[in-house]
Design a protein around this ligand. Structure first.
Ligand SMILES: [Zn+2]
Length: 157
């Protein structure tokens, strides 16, 4: 009886389509980045940013921007999320979501994203204004975010 039940369950289980999987992962990334944004330490700029990356392993890591009274020491949410992933043993990322008002990575973050992005890694920009509950989501590929990036192999590194 038990065997039949599990066989029936397996039979009834729908195969997750790639399209549906992508939709679920994107939603999870965006929600995680929004949660991370709430932890932003931005007393100077008052510009909270959250980011979430999904690593090659499938694990998810988040980050937020962390400012400092010595302004040059601030770190962006994108780099914080990627460094969080790397500090957990990850070396490649499949996608990154960035949440902020007019969310776009700075030049330094673009170079760091390219260092760890898989060839077809996706960037998800989420222009999120929590007070107005307005959200605009834009998708692009990591390969398109920085023309002529610093290339370690060309530099002999
Ligand atoms: Zn940045």
């Amino acid at each position: 009886m038990k065997k039949q039940k599990s066989a029936k369950r397996r039979k009834g289980k729908k195969k997750v389509s790639r399209k549906n999987w992508v939709r679920v992962v994107r939603k999870r990334l965006i929600e995680s980045a929004k949660k991370a944004q709430k932890h932003s330490y931005c007393p100077y700029s008052r510009y909270p940013v959250g980011a979430a990356v999904i690593a090659e392993s499938g694990r998810l890591y988040t980050g937020c921007n962390v400012e400092n009274a010595s302004f040059g020491l601030a770190c962006c949410a994108e780099r914080t999320a990627i460094f969080n992933a790397v500090s957990h043993g990850e070396k490649k990322i499949r996608a990154i979501a960035i949440v902020a008002k007019s969310a776009k990575p700075c030049g330094a973050c673009r170079q760091v994203i390219l260092e760890f992005a898989l060839k077809d890694a996706e960037l998800i920009y989420v222009d999120w204004q929590p007070l107005e509950k307005k959200e605009k989501v834009t998708y692009t590929k990591a390969s398109k975010i920085l023309p002529k990036p610093f290339n370690p192999s060309e530099a002999g590194l």
